[in-house]
Design a protein around this ligand. Structure first.
Ligand SMILES: Nc1ncnc2c1ncn2[C@@H]1O[C@H](COP(=O)(O)OP(=O)(O)OP(=O)(O)O)[C@@H](O)[C@H]1O
Ligand SMILES: [Mg+2]
Length: 475
């Protein structure tokens, strides 16, 4: 059977307190009982002594019954049974019976002890009255002579009444203490178990993928630590799951994009091939034109596939061929390669270097690819007659390269996304001018492979500035 932790705590607390309270109560009652009995004996003894003083002078001479009225009178006042005996045990007066009819009391324990030691006590059945009494007897002396014994008695039931009062008080006190202890134990058990139950519920929700609920962290104990750990686990899991979902989305988007990008030129190629088959092949001029178009699309297919291969290579760990690279020289070379494209759009380009020849340790081919992609974009997305500025600057352990144009710019909401594969701000326009949306994605991977950073600053209609920082050495 499964027992809740709160019940275990509760049972343990309760048991412990009950055992403690019971032991303490029993000890206390035993001690108080002795005290009550001693007090009663004390009272009986002092009353006996006082009564003895009253009869002292006459005790040696009187006959049984002579002092009876006085004995009765004293007994009424004290509300105690009084027996007055001479030193032989003959009863001279008794508050309850006629002393002349009473037997000699010389054999009673309390009498013998009183004669011998001064005080005698006994608790037993009274032969005279036939119920249990507590007796205290004291010896009465005149000068050196023992003249008799005065005995005072109370029914044991009266003593018992006193003790019963004590027992009742003790039992109700203990019961109240146990009641309070049980309530406290319950509250304490609940204060421990309720956060545990709550955390269990939250853990079950997390297991089902619901991260919405958090544990309230109260206090500074192990439970609070556990709650904190549960909360951060939930946060972390949520982030990881979200990331996985996003990766999954990116992957399926990627497959869809690749298929689409490959399909477009392929459809064109197929279309023109069919047209040629249908007879256009005999029309030499048109056939030549169609073949040129087919060739263009086939090239495009080739370049998309090249880009994709490069990306997948980059993603499965970049193989770096490290060497010294003169950046200024490399940039001049790249710009030279764009001579034709630049003059076709009557654009001008400048390469400025803050401190002459800059060298970094890196992979030359990959850095070249980065610059080609950026300058290609700057030319493509800038209107005729535009200006492109490439700058090289030194910043302690880094080199900063900026490629700036005064072209069409990128809308704010797209800036973050242009590094995604296949992402193009204006799909139709980009495709028309031969863009696949892979250039920046490749560039970013390559910069990251150099432990560098790339970011874009752009204003729509004004121009775009791409900023790259690359550490001077690759450790
Ligand atoms: N200098 C720029 N000015 C304006 N927009 C830009 C610039 N560079 C990039 N973009 C925008 O970012 C998109 C992504 O650029 P990216 O270089 O990745 O792809 P692409 O140029 O379209 O194709 P690819 O480079 O693969 O031929 C571009 O389609 C364009 O919309
Ligand atoms: Mg590009």
């Amino acid at each position: 059977m499964r027992i809740r932790i709160s019940w275990k705590f509760f049972a343990a607390f309760t048991l412990l307190t009950i055992v403690t309270i019971v032991i303490l109560t029993v000890l206390l009652v035993l001690w108080l009982k002795n005290d009550v009995e001693a007090k009663i004996s004390q009272r009986l003894e002092s009353n006996a002594v006082l009564t003895g003083e009253i009869f002292k002078s006459s005790m040696a001479r009187v006959e049984p019954g002579d002092i009876q009225p006085v004995v009765k009178d004293v007994s009424d006042k004290l509300k105690l049974r009084i027996t007055v005996m001479n030193n032989q045990g003959k009863v001279l007066g008794d508050s309850e019976r006629d002393p002349t009819t009473m037997e000699n009391h010389g054999d009673r324990v309390e009498f013998k002890n009183a004669i011998e030691k001064g005080v005698g006590m006994s608790a037993r059945l009274s032969h005279t009255l036939n119920y249990s009494m507590k007796y205290v007897a004291v010896r009465v002396a005149e000068g050196d002579e023992i003249v008799g014994v005065v005995r005072i008695a109370v029914p044991l039931s009266e003593v018992q009444i006193e003790l019963n009062k004590l027992y009742r008080a003790a039992i109700s006190g203990a019961a109240a203490a146990i009641f309070i202890a049980v309530i406290l134990a319950y509250l304490m058990a609940r204060s421990i178990s309720s956060p545990i139950r709550r955390m269990k519920k939250i853990a079950e929700r997390i297991a089902k993928g619901d991260f919405s609920e958090k544990t309230l962290i109260k206090g500074d104990d192990e439970l609070a630590d556990l709650a904190g750990a549960l909360n951060s686990m939930s946060d972390e899991l949520q982030i990881k799951i979200e990331r996985l979902r996003q990766l999954d989305r990116v992957r399926s988007d990627f497959v869809a994009n690749v298929s689409h990008e490959l399909k477009t030129p392929l459809t064109s190629i197929l279309g023109f091939v069919e047209t040629l088959e249908d007879g256009a092949i005999n029309d030499r001029d048109n056939a030549q034109r169609f073949l040129a178009i087919i060739k263009k699309h086939a090239r495009r297919l080739g370049s998309i596939i090249d880009d994709l291969l490069r990306l997948s290579e980059l993603e499965s760990g970049v193989k770096m061929e490290i060497g010294r690279v003169n950046l200024k020289e490399l940039l001049d070379e790249v710009v030279m390669g764009f001579g034709h494209a630049l003059s076709a759009k009557r654009q001008s380009i400048t390469v400025e270097s803050e401190a002459g020849d800059f060298s970094v340790i890196g992979d030359k081919d990959k850095l070249e690819q980065v610059f080609v992609n950026l300058i290609d974009n700057a030319i493509k997305y800038t209107k005729e007659g535009g200006k492109i500025k490439v700058q090289l600057a030194d910043s302690q352990d880094f080199v900063v390269i900026t490629v700036e144009d005064n072209g069409i710019g990128i809308p704010k909401e797209d800036i973050e996304r242009v590094f995604e594969r296949f992402y193009r701000v204006d799909k139709a326009h980009s495709r028309e001018i031969g863009g696949t949306g892979l250039g920046l994605s490749i560039a970013k991977h390559m910069v990251l492979a150099h432990k560098g950073e790339i970011c874009i600053d752009s204003e729509l209609g004004k121009g775009t500035k791409v900023l790259i920082t690359i550490p001077k050495t690759q450790k």
